[in-house]
Ligand binder design. Structure first.
Ligand code: UDP
Ligand code: MG
Length: 317
């Protein structure tokens, strides 16, 4: 059997990227054609309300290696990448943003490391041009908080720009959780991982699609899905309340037994109140530990819904 070239898949999540997507497609296609003929580009249109879908359709018509998945509405960046991961067929899979902040020209170096038996090659941003001081600060705090709260270590200054082997992709497909932070899940999966440094440039066109609200959501997902420490804090609070109650109990007993400054029935109601509220807090904390775990898994909703799939049945290998 003739050994065929490995297929390279590239996933590009797009949300209202009409200004930059053509340039992105051009640069990406140029880089990929320079490496191999065997590639596919999967554009995921995350419910864009501008001309993005139209442009993506024209890319697909011009090149059968372009696959387009369209969401029924805006589901978010992480579900968009997940949809791409569900659809890819390549042996090596690259995730890249549509705004050209991550240079497609890095893909050949990533592939080289992949051939040297690294299953994940993640981009590490050395400098981040064109981003506000607040964004840089909040991103730094984000990684610091997640890493101090959770069991997995997410490498500093990484985003979702990365190359992954098909083994990693199939591991992703086995992780059905609803709230996802791909870069954290990718660390959790293991295998051989390596960072590749690069300069992150400013957005090629358009504005950021990650306003503060979405960034906070991503941060919360990261913390909650990789750590149960917030729930544990409630339990610790319960213990603290119970301890305070205990001190109060000793105090009121001393006042009751040793001094004369007490009112009839005062001690027992004080003791009762402190004891009950302390134990209630403790129980709430313990319950919270369980409810939190059940809640995240119980809804079982699909991560995204597709409105349209453009994929040629006979792709050029
Ligand atoms: N994106 C998406 N859905 C969203 C928000 C963003 O698919 O709800 C895409 C966006 O089109 C881009 C990538 O995710 O390709 C990263 O978004 P952006 O560049 O706005 O984030 P930033 O680089 O500012 O963190
Ligand atoms: Mg960007």
């Amino acid at each position: 059997m003739i050994e065929s070239q490995p297929l390279i898949s590239v996933i590009v999540p797009c949300f209202n990227e009409e200004d930059g997507i053509a340039m992105c497609h051009e640069r990406l296609s140029a880089v990929l054609s320079g490496i191999t003929e065997a590639y596919e580009i999967i554009y995921v249109d995350d419910g864009s309300r501008d001309r993005t879908a139209e442009l993506l359709r024209s890319f697909h018509q011009a090149d059968p290696r372009v696959v387009v998945l369209r969401f029924s509405r805006n589901f978010g960046h992480q579900p968009a990448v997940s949809a791409g991961l569900d659809a890819v067929r390549g042996q090596a899979v690259v995730i890249i943003d549509a705004d050209l902040q991550d240079p497609p020209e890095l893909i050949p170096s990533m592939l080289e490391l992949w051939r040297k038996d690294y299953q994940v090659v993640y981009g590490v941003r050395v400098n981040r041009e064109g981003e506000t001081g607040f964004k840089l600060w909040s991103a730094k705090m984000f990684y610091r908080i997640i890493n101090s709260l959770s069991d997995v270590e997410i490498p500093l200054d990484t985003g979702d720009f990365r190359l992954m082997d098909q083994a990693i992709v199939s591991a992703f497909r086995q992780m059905p959780e609803r709230h996802r932070l791909l870069r954290g899940m990718s660390s959790w999966i293991g295998f051989n991982q390596i960072g590749l440094h690069y300069e992150r440039s400013a957005r090629f066109a358009g504005t950021t699609k990650y306003p503060l609200r979405k960034m906070l959501g991503l941060a919360l997902d990261g913390i909650v899905s990789f750590s149960t420490i917030p729930l544990r804090l409630v339990t610790i609070m319960g213990f603290a309340a119970a301890l305070l109650a205990f001190i109060g109990i000793v105090y009121s007993l001393v006042v009751r037994l040793v001094t004369h400054s007490w009112v009839q029935g005062w001690a027992i109601s004080f003791i009762g109140m402190l004891f009950m509220s302390g134990t209630q807090m403790l129980c709430l904390g313990v319950l919270g530990e369980y409810v939190g775990r059940i809640y995240t898994e119980s809804k079982q909703r699909p991560l995204y819904l597709l409105r349209e799939v453009l994929r040629s049945s006979q792709p050029r290998p």
